[in-house]
Design a binder for this molecule. Structure first.
Ligand code: ATP
Ligand code: MG
Length: 433
């Protein structure tokens, strides 16, 4: 890759000797290539072990920690923005949580045949403010569990970022092996519901309905699969913990029947949850410290990350996928939006009248240039009234609308006909490039 003019020459490779239970934190810039290798000892990146000797490329924009339980020597080669060793980490408390969850999984497995409740493994939900390390903790818990042979289900409720698929969705997938530091979660068959917006307040009712749909689907799968049932779930959430965000967290605990709530880095949230969940003695609430290593991200960085996530869906992490430019006749698809349009403010209505907009109404959308640059979901629904209860097969990106010839030009992940003619649109946009 050509280096930017005027950028400093890459420093020579350098070695770090890590004492036990310490970590090397590295922040990689947008263009700088960086690679890492383990020279001696053992180390892991968010729960996934580093292979000995081999160089591992670290993707641009990554913020990682290379942690060692017993000591290690690490070599870095290339350019980074930040690199330092930290010996104060909350990792011991995190792995203690893992050990408790592991015990519960073993217990659940041993209780097969003695009822659905006893054979249900832990359902862990990770909550906390933005940039408290929720996604990272989920990743570690999943990787540690899968390393021990469990296949826990990862549920991602964060529509803002999307660890399983693109933003604007809630999704679930079994995790069968430690999550690769570079590649992320292998996407065999995730269950994806399309919400279509990157913030829940656009249509909070729809968000709640989709959580219920996802939970129901998982419940069905679990009832026929003792192995997944015993392994349980790890649920990632948004960083919105006040007002509506808080209400949605409580709803998530309820909907997914979470029995372990891990609260990262906020005393207030923890005590609020303890108070309101008092009536549910089977729900454990555990406060955990946030790692100092968690990197803060502002709105702009988040927006960029969203955009890269969509790019990755079509082009792959390192341009290893080749999406197709497809041309679809207007008459070959139907496009729907969920929600009856913007609600009239109460102040504009006669006293006592309720806003009429129905948040879960499915509305047919006219195909016109308003669809330009939007990301649409391809629904598995056969009829429009099944859209809300159907998960989605994938996404297309509208690159052009030819009104005269009545054709949609779009990017699709693979060639050939779409798996369904029913498309769903929200407000999720993408500007390629
Ligand atoms: N110990 C660490 N050292 C270095 N970087 C870290 C460490 N822990 C987490 N990070 C990085 O910090 C960033 C934020 O962490 P993470 O995504 O887990 O936070 P979050 O609470 O999920 O944020 P959000 O509220 O946006 O979902 C990520 O890029 C992650 O890779
Ligand atoms: Mg997160």
């Amino acid at each position: 890759m050509a280096m930017a003019m005027g950028s400093a020459p890459a420093p020579p490779p350098r070695q770090f000797k890590l004492a036990r239970e310490s970590e090397l934190r590295v922040e990689v810039g947008a263009a700088a290539p960086l690679r890492v290798r383990l020279l001696s000892g053992t180390a892991e990146i968010f729960g996934a072990e580093l292979p000995p000797e081999n160089w591992l490329p670290i993707p641009p924009r990554s913020k990682i920690a290379i942690f060692t339980w017993h000591g290690a020597t690490i070599e870095l080669d290339g350019i980074s923005e930040v690199e330092y060793v930290a010996d104060e980490t909350p990792m011991v408390s995190y792995v203690n949580v893992h050990a408790i969850l592991d015990g519960r999984r073993t217990h659940a497995k041993a209780s097969q045949g003695s009822g659905l409740d006893a054979s249900q493994g832990p359902r862990v939900i990770v909550v906390g403010p933005t940039d408290s390390g929720k996604s990272t903790l989920c990743r570690m818990l999943l990787s540690w569990a899968s390393k021990q042979g469990w296949k826990p289900t990862f549920v991602d409720l964060d529509i803002g970022q999307g660890s399983i698929t693109i933003p604007g969705c809630i999704a679930a997938t079994p995790v069968e092996m430690p999550i690769d530091a570079v590649e992320g979660i292998p996407l065999e068959m995730p269950i994806v519901y399309f919400y279509g917006h990157t913030t829940p307040n656009v249509n909070a009712d729809l968000y709640k309905v989709l959580m219920k749909e996802l939970a129901q689907t998982l419940e069905k799968q679990f009832s026929g699969n003792a192995e997944s049932r015993a392994a349980g779930m790890v649920i990632n959430t948004m960083g919105w913990v006040e007002g509506l965000g808080y209400e949605l967290l409580l709803q998530a605990v309820d909907t997914f029947k979470a029995n372990v709530v891990l609260v990262l880095g906020q005393e207030k949230l923890c005590s609020m949850l303890k108070e309101v969940l008092k009536s549910k003695p089977n729900v454990d609430i555990v406060k955990l410290h946030k790692s100092e290593g968690v990197v803060l991200r502002n709105q702009k960085v988040r927006q960029k990350a969203r955009s890269f996530r969509i790019r990755e869906y079509f082009y792959g992490l390192s341009n290893d996928l080749s999406p197709h430019s497809n041309i679809i006749n207007f008459s070959d698809v139907s496009i729907y939006r969920i929600g009856g349009g913007p609600q009239a403010p109460r102040s504009a209505l006669p006293i006592g009248a309720e806003p009429v907009a129905d948040p879960t109404r499915v509305v047919a959308v006219n195909i016109n240039r308003d669809l330009l640059h939007l990301v649409l979901a391809v629904s598995y629904a056969k009829e429009p009234d099944q859209i809300i209860s159907s998960n989605v097969a994938g996404f297309i990106y509208v690159t052009d609308i030819d009104i005269q010839r009545k054709k949609i030009v779009c990017l699709t992940p693979c060639p050939g006909e779409l798996p369904s003619k029913i498309l769903v649109v929200g407000t999720l946009t993408w500007l390629e490039g």
